[in-house]
Design a protein around this ligand. Structure first.
Ligand SMILES: O=C(O)CCC(=O)C(=O)O
Length: 261
């Protein structure tokens, strides 16, 4: 991806930041969302979780390590994701289409961004007791676009650390080619392979506070542990593509109308 560099402005990445994204596959911008906007998004999240407002996905549905075994089991109704974020709430939509986001996405993608409703478009919730662990993966593994180059935006709505299930990343792995036999059947990195263990040893924890935003490439390997704190962690996540990087017709990536920003 060749970033198109815009004139410098407060809503833009510097050339140095763009070089860092090209090298590492991710960038953190501190305090990109205001405390007021974060509070509105958090309030809506807490309300929708308390009322179990659809569409949503339970931990049971993903079945990752630590997830309850059935909806009827203890903690079985623990929500993993509040889906359809861009159509769920005005504040979530405001963030997704804000000038601070659109201008930066334009730089990273090299064209105006198109917001996918089919991927992420959710509030990720990680609960202390029944929130699950996510093993090392690339988001692009189940997505279908002409090029595997999308960018996701992760907005922290509270503190995120490895200890409460915050993201871990493997810097630079968006540029790496990986042999097929290094993945398990669900396309997670197999920890029993020495080359994978060496790669995983390069991990960095993404430490965020409410309002901080993480931009990350769809080929970047990332993972997250369980939430060992006493508070639920919320993060709002959207994915964008370049104007000319079309979803493959008939695939899940093309299943929902997109938003041209
Ligand atoms: O919060 C987590 O467990 C990681 C989420 C994630 O990486 C994903 O859904 O792609």
């Amino acid at each position: 991806m060749t970033p198109h560099i815009l004139p410098l402005a407060s809503t833009s990445f510097t050339p140095e930041s763009l070089r860092q994204f090209a090298s590492d596959g991710y960038l953190i911008v501190r305090e990109l969302a205001s405390p007021d906007l974060c509070a509105r998004i958090r309030d809506r999240t807490q309300h929708d979780l308390a009322e179990a407002i659809s569409p949503l996905e339970y931990e049971v549905n993903v079945g990752y390590p630590g997830a309850p075994v059935s909806l009827e089991a203890e903690g079985g109704r623990t929500v993993r994701r509040l889906l359809g974020a861009v159509d769920r709430d005005e504040a979530m939509r405001e963030w997704a289409s804000s000038p601070a986001v659109v201008s930066r996405m334009t730089q990273l993608l090299g064209s105006r961004p198109v917001l996918s409703r089919a991927h992420h478009n959710c509030v990720m919730t990680k609960h202390p007791n029944y929130g699950s662990q996510t093993n090392w993966h690339r988001d692009i593994r189940y997505w279908s676009f002409e090029r595997p180059e999308l960018i996701s935006l992760w907005l922290a709505l509270g503190p995120e650390r490895a200890e409460n299930g915050g993201l871990l990343v493997l810097p630079g792995t968006h540029r790496l080619e990986i042999e097929r036999d290094r993945y398990d059947g669900a396309k997670f990195l197999r920890p029993d392979i020495a080359k994978n263990r060496a790669l995983i040893a390069t991990q960095r924890a993404v430490e965020l506070e409410a309002g901080d935003a993480l931009f990350f490439h769809s080929r970047l390997f990332h993972a997250a542990g369980r939430n060992a704190s006493t508070k639920v962690k919320f993060s709002l996540v959207f994915t964008y593509r370049a104007t000319d990087n079309l979803p493959i017709p008939g695939s899940r990536s093309a299943a929902l109308p997109e938003i041209f920003l």
